[in-house]
Ligand binder design. Structure first.
Ligand code: SAH
Length: 471
């Protein structure tokens, strides 16, 4: 970090501005808004400065710069046309250990002025340390557009309620929950936007009177197939409000980086060389954490209700009377299909779609004759180890050997790899990819030739010619 961002309390504090032109005006406006006691030194002043002086908002010193002017000042800004005068101001201020900003001169500056989004008392400051001003301007425009005007009022209101909230809710988690509700309360926001103070007060009283839940809860959240951009807004909200996140191997590092920094992370996936944590143990972990009054997010790759055992975990919670909710995610089939340019249905090629697990409980058999239908798309999850069986069964049930198949490894991530071939090569193809990989079988795979748009770091070029017949 090149600069430490701090917000200075400048009310009634003497500050010096050297320069009397347009740029100086902009700086003066900011310093005055912060309540500084401002002296402005220049040989000439714009009319605005004379106007401010007449209104006694600042003092003008029409004279060459002299270091005497620095006496008693907390902060100095130099923005004259002359770099030698600016230099002089900077060195004199430095000698007296007074923070000095020279406008547009990163060399001679001991503090910088950030771009500001002002929703006072909420203030957002942005800086690139002078490196990318256009980026800063764009970000500022984005934030300006996204942050509603009433945010300032909301922050102001929060300030007046802090003491009361502390008194009413002794536990930290209960307080945090109150504030999370407060800042996302649609009706309160609307009342503030409408400047309807009476209605806002009623809503606040209602929030206080509502029993603030102190028992835990679990949100079963789908993290999508890898690309963090595929998280839903709700999933993002949940992982940013969680006390604990219980996650497994399929949740990408990119997604985990978005989890609230202070949240505890509990890994329940399989680690190399270690046994899988049993499903019972995971159910018990969720239960114990929720019973401690924590807000638990059970984060799962893809969609939690598609081959995610989400149903089993919720059944255990339901039995114990723990409140829960579910946030769907983009399942691997959707993610891999989109990022490999293989539509799962197409009016000319597939009228139905089957999502199938390669891992069935031993007594559960798949209906192969139904699956071997060429007018549907088959998507096998966890199918790598069973590739030989899948190939054999489909061929035995008269699916043409030339049916197109694709295997998508690490779909939607930058490491995505896709291998394409024919059904009678499936076993060979499966040896060319590693887990997690998805198998797509059906005529739709051929559309990839035309529709492939996503190029991960390890693109098709890495695939041997034998397995890329259809490209
Ligand atoms: N609930 C998850 C599926 C879990 S089963 C979902 O809805 O996507 C695990 C299997 O999903 C893996 O064996 C693999 O077949 C598939 N899978 C998950 N993420 C994947 C990815 N990024 N790329 C390819 N396959 C993936």
């Amino acid at each position: 970090m090149d600069y430490l961002p701090i917000f200075c309390q400048l009310k009634q504090k003497a500050c010096l501005l050297v320069g009397g032109g347009e740029v100086a005006e902009r700086k003066a406006r900011l310093l005055l808004a912060a309540g500084a006691q401002l002296t402005v030194n220049a040989l000439e002043f714009s009319t605005q400065f004379h106007h401010w002086a007449e209104q006694q908002q600042l003092t003008l010193v029409k004279a060459p710069f002299s270091s005497n002017l620095l006496a008693g000042k907390w902060l100095v800004i130099a923005c004259t046309d002359s770099s030698s005068i600016n230099n002089q101001v900077y060195h004199a201020a430095n000698q007296q250990q007074i923070f000095c900003n020279v406008v547009d001169d990163a060399q001679h500056t001991s503090f910088i002025m950030p771009a500001v989004i002002d929703r006072s008392p909420l203030v957002i400051a942005l800086s690139s340390g002078g490196r990318a001003p256009v980026l800063i301007r764009q970000l500022r425009e984005k934030l300006e557009a996204q942050l509603p005007q009433h945010l300032g009022q909301l922050a102001e209101l929060a300030g007046t309620l802090r003491q009361r909230v502390k008194q009413q809710f002794s536990k930290l988690t209960a307080r945090r929950r109150f504030w999370e509700r407060f800042f996302t309360h649609q009706h309160l926001a609307q009342s503030l936007a409408n400047r309807d103070q009476q209605q806002a007060n009623q809503q606040i009283e209602k929030m206080f009177s509502q029993h603030c839940v102190d028992h835990g809860e679990v949100a079963l959240v789908g993290a999508g197939p890898g690309d963090a951009g595929l998280l839903t807004l709700k999933a993002l909200q949940q992982i940013q409000q969680a006390d604990v996140v219980v996650y497994d191997r399929l949740v990408s590092a990119e997604v985990m980086a978005l989890v609230r920094r202070d949240a505890t992370r509990v890994f329940v996936g399989k680690q190399p060389g270690q046994h899988c944590i049993t499903q019972e143990k995971i159910n018990q972990t969720l239960l114990t954490l929720a019973q401690q009054g924590l807000r638990v997010v059970r984060l799962k790759g893809g969609d939690p209700f598609i081959f995610g055992r989400g149903g089993e975990e919720l059944q255990a919670l339901a039995q114990a009377g723990i409140p829960f909710s579910v946030v769907p995610g983009i399942t691997a089939a959707s993610g891999c299909s989109a990022y490999s340019g293989i539509p799962l249905t197409h009016r000319d090629h597939a009228q139905s779609l089957c999502l199938i697990t390669g891992h069935t409980k031993q007594d559960r058999q798949l209906n192969w004759s139904q699956l071997a239908n060429t007018q549907q798309t088959l998507v096998f999850y966890m199918g790598l180890a069973q590739a030989a069986e899948i190939q054999q069964q489909l061929l035995d049930h008269r699916m043409p050997a030339s049916t197109a198949v694709a295997l998508i490894e690490n779909g939607t991530t930058r490491q995505q790899r896709v291998v394409v071939g024919r059904l009678d090569q499936l076993t060979l193809l499966a040896n060319q990819v590693v887990s997690p990989s998805l198998i797509i079988i059906g005529n739709v795979v051929q559309l990839r030739q035309q529709l492939n748009w996503f190029h991960g770091e390890q693109d098709d070029s890495a695939v041997t010619p034998m397995v890329s017949l259809l490209r």
